[in-house]
Design a protein around this ligand. Sequence first.
Ligand SMILES: [Cu+2]
Ligand SMILES: [Zn+2]
Length: 192
Amino acid sequence: MFRNARVRHTIGMNNKGVRQMNKLFFVLMFVLSACLQSDSDAVMEVEVRDTAGDSLGTATFTEHPEGVQIKLELEGIPPGPHGIHVHENPKCDPLDFTSAGEHFDPGDMEHGLMNPKGPHLGDLPNIEADDSGKVDVELILAEATLLDGKNSITKGEGTSLIIHESADDGFSQPSGNSGPRIACGVISNSAE
Ligand SMILES: [Cu+2]
Ligand SMILES: [Zn+2]
């Protein structure tokens, strides 16, 4: 009797220990999968269109340790350098895209990556279209986030990505003397 009771007791302890280990394991797996999921979720593909509304390709946004990475795969851009910025409104109304508003600037800064009083959060280095009009490049929108936080480019209704006719000089107000807006894409969680 005594021996049997002891055996049962021992088995009971083991089962309890195993159950606790299992529980811990599942909690860890849940946390791990939640982390992995939120990483892979944080990708946004944005269609970029010209002033006639025709697609020029895509801009793919992903979270990056230094900000938001923007991968551009575009065709039909006039060869040469172009200013490119994240603008404050998620609106790409033809024909001039003024609906996109000013540069995204939650920190109330001046324009320009070379301006000591800048830059706007939405300021980006110029892109270059090759002789065939293609752009294939990855940019970093420094200190921005894709989803959460005060520097999120999808906060509220979202923002937009604008490409200009000319290069951004990195200094002139309010838009680096980069000329008319030639392409636009809406950056929004509820986009099209
Ligand atoms: Cu702009
Ligand atoms: Zn700016």
